[in-house]
Design a protein around this ligand. Sequence first.
Ligand code: ADP
Ligand code: MG
Length: 385
Amino acid sequence: MVNPESLSLDYVPAFLPHREAEMRQIEKVFSIVKRKADLVAPKVFITGDVGSGKTVLARRFGMNFEAELLESGIRASHVYVNCKFEGTPINVLTAMVKQLKDSSFPLRGFSIEEAVELFVRCLKDLDTFLVAVLDELDYIVKKYGSYLVYVLTRMQEKDTFAGRRLATVFIVRDISVLQTLDQSTLSTALSPVVALRRYTPSQLFDIISRRAELAFAENAVRPEALSLISNIAGRYGDARYAIELLSRAGTFADFEQAKCVEPEHVRQATNILPYSVSAEDLMFLNRHQRLILLSVARALQDGGDAYVSTMEIEKFYRMLCEEAGIGPRKHTQLWKYLRELSDLGFVSKQISEGGRRGRITLFGLAVSAQALRSKLESQGAAEAY
Ligand SMILES: Nc1ncnc2c1ncn2[C@@H]1O[C@H](COP(=O)(O)OP(=O)(O)O)[C@@H](O)[C@H]1O
Ligand SMILES: [Mg+2]
């Protein structure tokens, strides 16, 4: 590997194969800004499964658009915030202010109204056109409703001047979240939805071939290795997994001081890196949420079922807490965490009719329980970080 940074997950390549049409769709929505039309804050929603390129597409668009506006003499900037990471609408707004202004700015203890005011004032003060990318909006909408989206898409009602200086790209994983937004926020004519489809193996092949050219010395990755990766990751249509496999296979080849990355290195990579949730996603969870997730995985493996009850999950959870020497949370809190894990997409929920106790909620996993366990256990699920 000559340039491993280009395989990092937040690297934003200049060109995104197989997303040209979607890029044009987004550019078209925002082109009114360049024509200086007196139109209200344009916005676009991007949706698609994990690894379909939502984040990278939005970031690349933000960078390009900022540069284009600057070229045509319009003051412009762009910010990227991950809503799940920020956690609350207030934090999302203040995070944008922080990026735009002095990052040492004290930003604590604001109410939502104050945070909105602060953001509006920031747009006015800077007198710059802002492209805001709000990633992983799902969590915030599920937990706090649509107020944040409402405010950002109705900026011109708050302040006409600020309203003409904002364009927003919202990213949601789960399209049903959009149905919970109120009708006027989501009148489709004004808020186009760009839906990204899962990548096919041949599309993944193109994507990782380009990445391989950037990251490795010339011809250091055998095409057979690339097609093996594309076929494996193609089962999920997930570019993130494809890139992770390429990176891991490269590490193995480097370690062996092999001349080329061979299919065997890819097989070794899949062994230690089965398809699972990303380590990055797990970082968002607190210690008890991680322990509960691990309990779900253990309970599922223990029972051999597709779904398990909270009672079984709790049994494993208490055991894990004891092993780690920490006090378990109460039942109601466990419930809350399970619901959150389901909102975040880590576990799936199933309502079981029948049964002696009437309707009960059961929990399952979309990924392999073993894969998730090895990931959580290797990260030290009980560690506080
Ligand atoms: N069309 C593409 N061209 C190049 N790299 C891509 C493309 N689509 C996705 N990727 C890469 O795949 C990984 C996952 O993409 P990402 O945008 O994070 O997916 P999502 O946000 O939909 O989960 C990232 O490393 C990203 O750079
Ligand atoms: Mg993403």
